[in-house]
Write a protein that binds this ligand. Structure first.
Ligand SMILES: Nc1nc2c(ncn2[C@@H]2O[C@H](COP(=O)(O)OP(=O)(O)OP(=O)(O)O)[C@@H](O)[C@H]2O)c(=O)[nH]1
Ligand SMILES: [Zn+2]
Length: 180
């Protein structure tokens, strides 16, 4: 963290921010820690169990996440809805928000985060179908630049039955609140 703290101090100084007041003398260190927290994926392991005859869609909705756009390193925040149709196994439910967090806590673009969630779930679980819908607000688009406060971006990724079967996909989109 020493190098990052020094770099943060240099950046703040270059921007004309005083880092020598009582309030701001530890700001470079806090800034370095905060940015490391936002850009370092936590460890991730998957736990699965036998499906025991369960064949219907499993939907985990309203999963909150915070990521940072790789263009401005500013946060984008929102929710993900992740669904799958089991083949042989089901996944430990908490592992789905953990998977979302694993994909979010790194410099990202929303589209790639969405497909990474799908592809990692496919790799670890091999289900019959996957649907991912991510809805987010980008502060690089609301707090600065175009200042489109309240604009939300929706991205989706599908695989297997959710990709091929329009009725199944429509059922997922209704669950994910895609129309709202
Ligand atoms: N597709 C995509 N674009 C993103 C995402 N996050 C940020 N961006 C965009 O990345 C683009 C970078 O454009 P540039 O023109 O290089 O940067 P800029 O001058 O800061 O652009 P403005 O934001 O329009 O002021 C902007 O249009 C951002 O809105 C994302 O997750 N997905
Ligand atoms: Zn951005």
């Amino acid at each position: 963290m020493v190098a990052a703290t020094r770099a943060a101090a240099d950046l703040l100084t270059a921007l004309g921010v005083d880092t020598h007041t009582e309030d701001t003398e530890r700001t470079p260190e806090r800034m370095a820690r905060a940015l490391a927290d936002l850009t370092t994926p936590p460890p991730f392991t998957m736990t699965t169990f036998p499906a025991q005859g369960y064949q219907e869609m499993v939907v985990v909705n309203q999963i909150p996440f915070t990521s940072v756009c790789e263009h401005h390193l500013l946060p984008f925040q929102g929710t993900a809805c992740v669904a799958y149709i089991p083949a042989e196994r089901v996944v430990g439910l908490s592992k789905i928000p953990r998977l979302v967090e694993f994909c979010a806590r790194r410099p990202q673009v929303q589209e790639r985060m969405t497909t990474q969630i799908r592809d990692l779930l496919a790799q670890h679980l091999a289900p019959d179908g996957i649907g991912v819908l991510v809805r987010a607000e980008h502060t690089c688009m609301s707090a600065r630049g175009v200042r489109a406060l309240g604009a939300t971006t929706v991205t989706r990724a599908f695989q297997g039955q959710l990709d091929n079967d329009h009725l199944t996909r429509a059922e997922f989109l209704a669950q994910a609140g895609a129309g709202s």
